[in-house]
Design a protein around this ligand. Structure first.
Ligand code: PLP
Length: 391
């Protein structure tokens, strides 16, 4: 059976060039980058090239890039270190954050007595930046603002320039979870003054188990994992040379093709919106998902006009791999926090969320296959769309 992959916000397939670059390291570069001999130094050179590449892309200095194992580790490290080493006593965040940010913030509240404040999103998933400003004005406590750049379930984009300006104005630290945007958007941290950001290679056709944290030099941050001098003691442990090289190659390809890839994905996203709207009466889109400039082009969050918790499974049986929300919460019996925020009680009762997420490899035929599979599921389950009834 032909398989269609529409879960690129969960992870992306490795590019051939990335596999080749990693194979070459696995075959030829076994050195430890901390060794002073030439074999070690060859490995060191390889990872330093990637550090420079990542820094050039973000317009920061190479010393501000710290290699980690993933986005989750980067976010944990940044938030915990802000509390443990930089004296943060209050965190302002939102209920829309990825679990790895949400749970780390909660842990800081329960174990370190940090005050945790949530911004209120509206039903479009937009945060009220006036509320952020009043909160920043209202306390002298050392504050960290942690808000994601693009939401992984609905694609909503945050105005990180404005948030960074506010944080500067009120002397707060700003962490943005940029896992869904690094490798997809043209970012310039010499202008967007975030203090901390996170990256995960597998979101842009690099390997799983490789990422980095951006830590602005002036921050005085300390490491979470100790026991070695690697990454200037900010992340002890022998570097994953092969994974870092794979991430570098993937970043290279993403940067070189960003315009072409983003244009393609935006076109495919618009095609998906059009086909779903034509073929499934009553279909809606969650958050800002269907709005071109307000959401990331890789993600479309669909509200199917009927209730079917088995939709992911049924589509998979028809060859379409897709998530209902984020991959880490799919399979969970509770609805996602993001959906609870952006949907009304009635929408929660009567609709099914489906996250279609694209890559440069997604074709209009893939979308046609999704639409046909959805129509088959509707027919097979005898779903009456006109009155939103699911039998
Ligand atoms: N943050 C966001 C917004 C994500 O979408 C993800 C992954 O889905 C993560 C963090 C975690 O990244 P990783 O899978 O590299 O741990």
């Amino acid at each position: 059976m032909k398989k269609v992959y529409l879960d690129n916000a969960a992870t992306t397939p490795l590019s051939e060039e990335v596999i080749d670059a990693m194979l070459s390291v696995m075959k030829n570069q076994y050195g430890n980058p901390s060794s002073v001999h030439s074999i070690g130094q060859e490995a060191k050179t390889l990872i330093e090239e990637v550090r420079r590449k990542a820094a050039d892309y973000l317009k920061v200095s190479p010393g501000e890039i710290v290699f980690t194992s993933c986005g989750t580790e980067s976010n944990n490290m940044i938030i915990k270190s802000c509390v443990n080493h930089l004296g943060v006593q209050r965190i302002i965040t939102s209920p829309l954050e990825h679990k790895c940010v949400a749970e780390t913030c909660m842990e800081m509240k329960t174990t370190k007595n940090v005050e945790l404040v949530y911004l209120r999103p509206d039903k479009k998933g937009d945060l009220d930046l006036n509320q952020l400003e009043s909160l920043l004005q209202s306390s002298d406590k050392k504050t960290l603002v942690s808000l994601m750049h693009a939401n992984n379930e609905i694609g909503n984009l945050l105005d990180i320039d404005r948030v960074a300006q506010l944080c500067k104005q009120y002397h707060a630290l700003f962490h943005s979870d940029t896992v869904q945007t690094i490798g997809h958007l043209d970012l310039d941290f010499s202008k967007t003054l975030v203090d901390f950001a996170s990256c995960s290679a597998h979101k842009f056709h690099g390997p799983k188990g490789s990422g980095f944290a951006f830590i602005r030099k002036a921050s005085g941050m300390k490491g979470l994992i100790v026991g070695g001098p690697q990454e200037r003691a900010l992340r002890a442990g022998t570097e994953n040379v092969c994974g870092i090289v794979g991430m570098g190659k993937a970043l290279d390809i993403s940067i070189q093709n960003m315009q072409e890839y983003s244009k393609h994905m935006q076109t495919i996203k618009e095609y998906t919106i059009k086909r779903l709207t034509q073929e499934i009466p009553g279909v809606k889109f969650n958050g800002r998902s269907a709005e071109k400039d307000r959401s990331l082009y890789t993600v479309l969050s669909v509200a199917l006009p009927f209730k079917n918790p088995l939709i992911g499974l049924q589509l998979d049986m028809k060859g379409v791999a897709i998530s209902q929300g984020s991959a880490c919460s799919s399979g969970a019996s509770k609805p996602s926090m993001v959906m609870m925020m952006v949907q009304t009680e009635e929408e929660m009762q009567n609709t099914t969320p489906l996250r279609v997420s694209f890559s440069h490899l997604t074709t209009s035929e893939d979308i046609d296959m999704l639409v046909n599979a959805l129509k088959d599921v509707i027919t097979e389950n005898k779903i009456e769309i006109s009155n939103l009834e699911y039998r």
